[in-house]
Design a protein around this ligand. Structure first.
Ligand SMILES: O=C(O)CCC(=O)C(=O)O
Length: 278
């Protein structure tokens, strides 16, 4: 159950950290579990295979996607009653579960440029919510998650090209100069919940010896009727399948324009087709 203060923070800022929602020991066990899986090679859902000899740390440790479809530890975490309680309180409705991911982010790995999760999930009506659990201590040095507070009220922004020397994904969203971007310092077992419109991302892992592993769940509210095809089937928190429709990829997106010296968003662009893996 979220406290009143957590709910207030989520509503006002678009994100909240539930400290120690899972224990350090649970986080360590999950971390060991995924490291063992990754060492075994490629699994269903991987967007690229493992290349153990690559110079790119992310090719040696690519993220895994949709592990809950074949791995018991993943689905148990994804549908854990602690998640259900937090998500229900924050969204004020029953959650449906649509995606899991594990990011390994080894030393020297690139991060992920600023983006909005709704760009990929295309939930209609409404938006999604992410539960991002730290499996390692995370700080700016090893590429913790970074969040633009208050951006939950922004519409979907039009994307631009990301800097591929810093990000492994190729799209980003521009933000006005001087917009605060807060670093989420977290400990293993802490879970960051954030709204699907919230602009977020992460910088590179600049350490030489510290991983920054995180386990991520994406959910939608039970009022959602559609979600992008990649995220089907959606699950109720008891594991049963719920039949949502497939949302299309079109629609308008916002661009920043100057209004008497103040940046405002104008819905002046249209969203093209994207590869929806998140
Ligand atoms: O963990 C990261 O570095 C980025 C994750 C992210 O942005 C996401 O899951 O949408």
């Amino acid at each position: 159950m979220a406290t009143r203060e957590q709910k207030r923070q989520y509503d006002g800022q678009g994100y909240v950290i539930a400290r120690k929602l899972f224990s350090t020991e649970e986080a360590r066990r999950l971390s060991d579990h995924y490291m063992e899986l990754r060492a075994k090679g490629t699994f269903p859902g991987d967007s690229s295979g493992v290349n153990f000899g690559s110079n790119d740390p992310l090719q040696r440790f690519p993220r895994m996607i949709h592990m809950h479809r074949w791995d018991k530890a993943s689905i148990d975490w994804f549908l854990d009653p602690r998640m259900t309680r937090m998500l229900t309180a924050l969204m004020e409705r029953e959650p449906f579960a649509v995606q899991t991911m594990i990011y390994f982010k080894p030393p020297k790995a690139r991060g992920q440029a600023l983006h909005q999760d709704q760009f990929y999930l295309r939930v209609q009506p409404g938006t999604c919510i992410a539960a991002w659990m730290a499996l390692d201590p995370c700080s700016e040095e090893n590429g913790c998650l970074r969040v633009v507070p208050g951006s939950q009220s922004w519409p979907l922004l039009c994307t631009t090209q990301a800097d591929l020397s810093e990000s492994f994904t190729d799209v980003t969203v521009p933000i006005p100069q001087g917009t605060p971007v807060l670093s989420m310092d977290m400990e293993p077992g802490d879970v960051l919940f954030f709204n699907g419109q919230v602009v977020h991302g992460s910088g590179p892992n600049r350490t030489t010896d510290r991983f920054r592993r995180s386990l991520i769940g994406h959910y939608v509210g039970a009022d959602a009727e559609k979600v992008a095809k990649f995220f089907h089937p959606a699950l109720r928190m008891d594991g049963s399948v719920v039949g949502l429709d497939v949302s299309d990829g079109g629609g308008t997106c916002g661009v920043w324009v100057d209004d008497k010296g103040k940046p405002v968003i104008e819905m002046a662009g249209s969203v093209g087709a994207v590869k929806r893996t998140e």
